[in-house]
Design a protein around this ligand. Structure first.
Ligand SMILES: NC(=O)c1ccc[n+]([C@@H]2O[C@H](COP(=O)([O-])OP(=O)(O)OC[C@H]3O[C@@H](n4cnc5c(N)ncnc54)[C@H](OP(=O)(O)O)[C@@H]3O)[C@@H](O)[C@H]2O)c1
Length: 237
């Protein structure tokens, strides 16, 4: 796909990997609809990127709001070419110390939010004359795991399984599906679990640039899954 003049949706665009993806997509000529709950952060990004970035204050765990936004924004004559399901919640703790609230936040964001967006965008993509691409951000913890990550891992194994079945279902409709499974990224993702970014972590910009390369592959070329790790690991992930 040539990204110039294409329309993309990025969930979790207000920080970290989603913000980096937004920057790289806009730099390549796309219009990006960036979804997140923090309006202030989205507006700051909008001031920097201009009208190619459309801030959308949205909690993707709300099915009514998410599905209504898709319905009111897109149509058969305005179809998004790229959907990046990036928004995520992650809390690391021993299973008997994990609150129900945090369990539900991870399930609702990482799985339900991905489902609400995907199920409402796919019917539009099926009508597109262009190749379309759905990128799901999983995790290395959706491929392997370690102690005190059971709940988060459960959601990311889910993202991996969802993505693999989806590419088999949608390839005949010219819709690519890629699951990207990164190791530790230098964001504040695990801040609430007391885990701070380490200098050896992957840089969001590097991952965003790789994802853009995956989107730019020839039409009949699918990267269904990719795993990214720091070469020198800081932690056991
Ligand atoms: N950081 C890592 O080490 C790492 C490793 C592997 C995979 N990942 C995955 O990478 C993705 C991006 O994470 P990150 O590291 O960039 O973390 P981040 O900086 O904390 O970004 C998470 C983004 O998700 C948004 N978000 C969270 N809940 C949301 C909701 N209910 N509705 C809408 N947006 C929501 C946040 O925005 P608001 O708070 O404004 O809503 C934020 O923009 C996640 O899927 C994560 O699981 C991260």
């Amino acid at each position: 796909m040539i990204i110039d003049k294409k329309v993309a949706i990025v969930s979790g665009a207000s920080s970290g990997l989603g913000e980096a993806l937004t920057n790289v997509l806009v730099a390549n000529g796309a219009t990006v609809y960036g979804l997140a709950r923090n309006a202030e952060k989205l507006n700051t990004i909008q001031k920097k990127l201009g009208k190619a970035f459309v801030p959308v204050t949205m909690d993707i765990t709300d099915p009514q709001a998410t599905i209504a936004w898709v319905k009111n924004t897109f149509s058969d004559s305005y179809i998004p070419d790229i959907l990046i399901n990036n928004a995520g919640a992650g809390y690391f703790s021993k299973i008997d110390r994990l609150s129900l609230e945090r369990w539900h936040a991870m399930i609702n964001t990482n799985l339900n939010g991905m489902f609400y967006l995907t199920t409402s965008i796919v019917p539009l993509m099926k009508e597109s004359e262009n190749i379309c691409h759905i990128i799901n951000i999983g995790s290395i913890l959706g491929k392997t795991n370690r102690s005190a990550t059971a709940a988060y891992s459960a959601t990311k194994y889910g993202v991996q399984g969802f993505s693999e079945a989806l590419y088999k279902e949608l390839s005949r409709h010219k819709i690519k599906v890629t699951c990207v499974n990164p190791g530790s990224i230098a964001t504040h993702f695990f801040y609430d679990s007391g885990i701070l970014p380490h200098p050896t972590y992957l840089q969001p910009k590097d991952i965003a640039e790789l994802i853009v390369k995956i989107i730019e592959t020839p039409d009949n070329f699918l990267v269904d899954e990719i795993t990214l790790r720091p070469l020198i690991e800081h932690s056991s992930t």
